[in-house]
Ligand binder design. Structure first.
Ligand code: AMP
Ligand code: ZN
Length: 113
């Protein structure tokens, strides 16, 4: 298995996992760009947000619920946070396994670069 996030889900490589349920895993980004930088990934290998399996597997529901749960768990509600899912070249996606970034802990600029 070559996908780095599949390997994290399978516990084949270490990660700072802070959330897990039947469908989703959340862990800290290895190269954080904010004081809080968490990645939320489906356990199933899905390439990106526009892959049809996202609908078939009802992953959107599970991932959105998990993001909210993690935000509450990590105490991000009061100051707020941002969700990003990069897709493809122009989106800046570097890992081909669907993931949502949760960014928090500093004032984030808009629009993003
Ligand atoms: P993206 O550029 O949107 O595809 O995001 C991929 C993210 O995965 C980047 O922020 C990387 O720092 C992060 N990343 C890559 N490998 C690992 C890893 N082994 N553990 C945790 N985060 C990782
Ligand atoms: Zn994968």
């Amino acid at each position: 298995m070559s996908c780095v996030f599949c390997r994290i889900v399978a516990r084949e490589i270490p990660a700072d996992i802070l959330y897990e349920d039947e469908f989703v895993v959340g862990f800290r980004d290895i190269n954080p760009v904010a004081p809080v930088h968490i990645l939320v990934v489906p356990k199933a290998h899905v390439s990106r947000i526009d892959a049809p399996e996202v609908c078939d597997l009802k992953l959107g529901h599970h991932i959105l619920c998990a993001i909210g749960t993690i935000a509450r768990q990590e105490g991000l509600q009061e100051a707020g946070f941002r969700i990003v899912s990069n897709a493809g070249r122009d989106g800046g996606q570097t890992v081909g396994h669907l993931h949502f970034h949760i960014l928090a802990g500093r004032r984030l600029v808009w629009p993003p670069g």
